[in-house]
Unconditional design. Sequence first.
Length: 307
Amino acid sequence: MTAPQPYPIGIPGTPWAAPEVALWRARQQIRRRHADDVRPAVERLRSRFDVIEYGRLDHDPVRYPLQAIRSRDWQERLPTVLVTGGVHGYETSGVHGALRFVERHAEAYAGRINLLVAPCVSPWAYETIQRWNLHAVDPNRSFRDGGTAQEALALMALVAPIREQVRLHVDLHETTDSDESEFGPARAARDGKTYAPGVIPDGFYLVDDTEQPEPAFQQAVIEAVAKVTHIAPADADGRIIGSPVVSPGVIRYPLRALGLCAGMTAARYRTTTEVYPDSPQATPEQCVAAQVAAVCAAIDYLLDPSH
């Protein structure tokens, strides 16, 4: 077996400092446009929903506004639902799944829920197709006290007034081949660690909360998504990305302890979706449709009086 090549930035075994971060940043290129793909889609929704600007990224505030979509008929008596996408900007179906859900399905829930959707939490990372932000920080480890990613801090500030009222949070993600080819090796190099290759699961799966599991809720979402695309099987050790599979297509993480977006509220129901866009069994359209199916199924479960 050929030994993996060292990541081209830094000294193996030595964590990055400012020069290495600057070198990494210089390697990033704009590969698509937030202003072309995301902002027009948000603007088209303005006639039917409130559109909120909750911040701008400091390094280019004109180019990178942070936008959220909010129910126009917000009522304190209704359960509040939070949907987030693009925390990792390279996870395309999370962004476009969130936007499509609002465009095609959100109005069906009017008068039954309060809805807040942040479709593209990390717009610079969306444009560069990156996991990290400009400072080589993973926003999805920064939803906690002491977090440094502006993308996470701005969203936390937006959600803070309703944090205790959120009943459901669906955070839309992808697991891609680039997690192994680029982002895993880059993370190991940044942290001065040795990269340990993993296996990308072929299919959709969910991440439940170790500290507050809701297995019936997670399974209801899995069953809905299975009508759209295939569910990731466990590996030979009964795991997905190194975590034990607790039910078909479901693993668990300690969401709050890890500073993950899905752990940022007091929601009883919370889940992180993971789509595999590089699968030969799935198309980009299926990936977006799977994200939409997950959000709809999660809301339907919340609204079911038997739960």
